[in-house]
Design a protein around this ligand. Structure first.
Ligand code: SF4
Length: 237
């Protein structure tokens, strides 16, 4: 079983593997998971640069691999346009969202609740509707303060494995892969963004922490929307 393997020292791998070795390792992780889970292996595609790498790697493993996108009413127009283009190119990418009414400016007054309603709920719905046994993410342990403790293979929910195949990649290596393989990326990166999210909660920042521009001015600054930290199964949808 995949979950019983690969518990190496992640921090060590970040510097001990070179770019080519990281690509090989990521492909191998997806390949092994795909052999175990088949169509139950599904990529979570956030339309950011890391997801674009993982999506491309997954397509190299098998063109059959499916994915899901969780979108919200607050995604920037560039991300919505990129989503439309990607879905038309890859019909196996399914889009999930939650249109329920929420208080005005909930992203300012209670961003955790806003993310729970607009992001975590549709992710639970995607996992359930698509029959996901293993979801594949673009998490990287060098992205920011909240991402240092993840593992390449995790199990937060019974019956649901999470695979983080590019966990040990640097930001530079993500761009290296995208450039070398001519992978299309969200046009917002051309404007200077380094981490993408909903427009009210995402700013352009410099510095070591890629995610520092997320939720600036709130208790959630540089943090997480919740899909990687909250249970995704056993909820009423
Ligand atoms: S990122 Fe901001 S706008 Fe988007 S769901 Fe979370 S709090 Fe709401």
């Amino acid at each position: 079983m995949l979950i019983e393997e690969v518990t190496e020292n992640v921090a060590e791998l970040v510097d001990s593997l070179n770019f080519a070795e990281k690509v090989e390792r990521s492909l191998e992780l997806i390949n092994r998971a795909y052999k175990e889970f088949g169509d139950g292996l599904v990529v979570a595609n956030s339309l950011g640069k890391d997801s674009s790498v993982v999506w491309d790697l997954a397509k190299r493993v098998s063109p059959r691999i499916r994915g899901f996108i969780v979108t919200t009413r607050f995604k920037p127009p560039e991300t919505k346009q990129f989503m439309t283009e990607e879905v038309s190119r890859y019909p196996e990418l399914k889009v999930f969202s939650n249109d329920e009414q929420i208080p005005d400016k909930l992203y300012e007054t209670d961003p955790d609740k806003c993310c729970e309603i607009l992001k975590v709920k549709p992710t639970r719905q995607a996992v359930k509707e698509m029959g996901v046994g293993c979801w594949v993410t673009g998490l990287r342990c060098t992205e920011g303060r909240t991402r240092t403790d993840f593992k390449e293979i995790e199990q937060l929910d019974k019956g649901l494995i999470k695979l983080n195949p590019i966990l040990v990649w640097y930001e530079r290596e993500v761009w290296q892969y995208l450039a070398l393989n001519r992978v299309r990326v969200n046009p917002l990166y051309a404007k200077g963004y380094r981490s993408l999210g909903c427009w009210p909660c995402t700013k352009i920042v410099q510095g070591a922490d890629e995610r520092a521009g997320r939720w600036i001015g709130t208790s959630k600054c540089g943090g997480e929307c919740g899909i990687h930290t909250k249970p995704l199964l056993d909820y009423q949808i």
